[in-house]
Design a protein around this ligand. Structure first.
Ligand code: GDP
Ligand code: IMO
Ligand code: MG
Length: 428
């Protein structure tokens, strides 16, 4: 396959970073197309752990070139911190990391507004990462945003920043009783960032077009997950971008007819960080156990993730809206000690049994999952390297997942290291 999209098929943190790292070794380009530094993609190579927020995880493969596409919102300070972190650890980025001139910039007032809005909402908060993602995309949609190319043009930047601050400062003073930003101070600090970002910037969709003509292999690295997608997720408990496969097209400018595969990444169970409904959440004791075994603490904010059983209704929704062609099942090893394992197969909504994911959150909040129970395997799987090494009950569990979601399982992950990966050749 030459143009592959990889997306999260649950609520994010499925293990996309690890799969990207594995696939990067066969990819010429890796492209981020939405979200910003709200993402936290972990890659473990032997004893080295990298957490990437802005820069595609493929950067760790020295032969790949990486692109931050037009659909991404970029926090320049966070971006340069990440560049510095990578360079200090021996990963060179210069000349192989490209940033779209059309990407929108996250400004300090976006971060502040994200925080103030959450505080104001109190119990009704979204549980955002407070990275300014929502306010930045809101400005993009209301045509008050400032793009990288605008920053590069001093005349345009001066005007756009003045316009943006006029509105933001009013909002800060009148609604939030907060002190306004100084135009001069912001203008000065971004003039400095202008010269720093310049060497990374280009018209990235042209780069992709050229790569396509040269038959290069391109991998689109989704951030967040389908249930956090602005359109297809559990609105309003979502992020503000298109985290589904469609986002790869608009967020990179790639020719849509070139896409020849969409890989969905799922955990062998489900997790969610932030607020919002979660039908198959574990009871308390099991929640604590899986949180510990799976190290389920956010890679970006360190918050504990809620954990629950695999929800086939959620993943079928993801299969449908992303057109998944194959699936990677991650963290199977985390279930190794359980005597029995449940799978949510449908929801009971009062007298109705439903098999699709409802849009109405009131319905979802009241939905009672209908479970199938399977015997556990109670054997370590972390050393398995081929399907035949897995215990029979683990294979049966995976087979049942495959049947329920209707898409072949192609990768099984049994540990966080690169090497702890099983590629399914043929049948499970
Ligand atoms: P992403 O946002 O989808 O890239 O996922 P995160 O990096 O936020 O979270 C996934 C976490 O699970 C990371 O700490 C990974 O190192 C870890 N991980 C990935 N695959 C496996 C696996 O198969 N087993 C275990 N135990 N951990 C894994
Ligand atoms: P990766 O790419 C998990 C969640 C936040 C919150 C909601 C909105 O690592 O899978 P935002 O700051 O985006 O406005 O927050 O989305 N969220 C994520 N949850 N993984 C992520 O990224 C996430 N990025 C945002 O917790 O519920
Ligand atoms: Mg993550």
């Amino acid at each position: 396959m030459s143009h592959t999209i990889l997306i999260g098929a649950q609520w994010g943190d499925e293990g996309k970073g690890k799969v990207i790292d594995v696939l990067a070794q066969k990819s010429d380009y890796i492209v981020r197309y939405q979200g910003g530094n709200n993402a936290g993609h972990t890659v473990r190579i032997a004893s080295n752990k990298f957490v990437l927020h802005h820069i595609p995880s493929g950067i760790l493969n020295p032969k790949s070139r990486c692109i931050i596409g037009n659909g991404v919102v970029l926090d320049l300070d966070a971006f340069f911190d990440e560049v510095k972190m990578l360079e200090s650890r021996g990963v060179s980025v210069r000349g192989r990391l490209f940033v779209s001139d059309r990407a929108h910039i996250i400004f300090p007032y976006h971060r502040l507004l994200d925080q103030l809005r959450e505080e104001r909402k109190g119990a009704g908060k979204i549980g955002t990462t407070k990275r300014g993602i929502g306010p930045c995309y809101a400005d993009k949609a209301s045509r008050l945003g400032i793009r990288i190319c605008d920053l590069l043009n001093p005349r345009v930047f001066q005007r756009r920043l003045a316009e943006a601050l006029e509105e933001k400062n009013e909002l800060l003073k009148k609604i939030y009783h907060y002190k306004p930003y100084s135009f001069e101070a912001l203008h000065k600090s971004y003039a400095f960032l202008r010269s720093k970002i310049k060497p990374f910037v280009c018209d990235t969709h042209l780069l992709l077009e050229e790569a396509g003509r040269k038959k290069k292999r391109i991998l689109f690295e989704g951030a967040q997950g389908t249930l956090l997608d602005l359109d297809h997720g559990t609105y309003p408990y979502v992020t503000s971008s298109s985290a589904t496969a469609g986002g790869a097209i608009s967020g990179s400018g790639v020719n849509p007819s070139k896409i020849d595969g969409v890989i969905g990444v799922v955990k062998a169970y489900t997790t969610r960080v932030g607020e919002g409904p979660f039908p198959t959440v574990f009871p308390k004791a099991l929640l604590k156990k899986i949180q510990t075994l799976g190290e389920e603490f956010g890679a970006t904010t360190g918050r504990p993730r809620r954990c629950g059983w695999f929800d086939a209704v959620v993943v079928r929704h993801a299969v449908c809206v992303n057109g998944l062609t194959k699936v990677a099942v991650m963290k199977l090893d985390v279930l190794d000690t359980l005597p029995e394992i449940k799978i949510g197969v449908a929801y009971q909504c009062q007298k109705k049994k439903i098999y699709h994911f409802p849009a109405d959150l009131e319905i979802l909040e009241k939905a009672v999952p209908i479970y199938e129970t399977m015997p556990g395997w109670q054997t370590p799987t972390t050393a398995a390297r081929k399907v035949g090494d897995l215990p029979k009950n683990a294979r049966n569990y995976l087979l049942r997942l495959e049947q329920l979601i209707g898409v072949p399982i192609w990768i099984i992950s049994v540990g966080s290291d690169r090497s702890q990966t099983i590629v399914v050749n043929g049948k499970l």
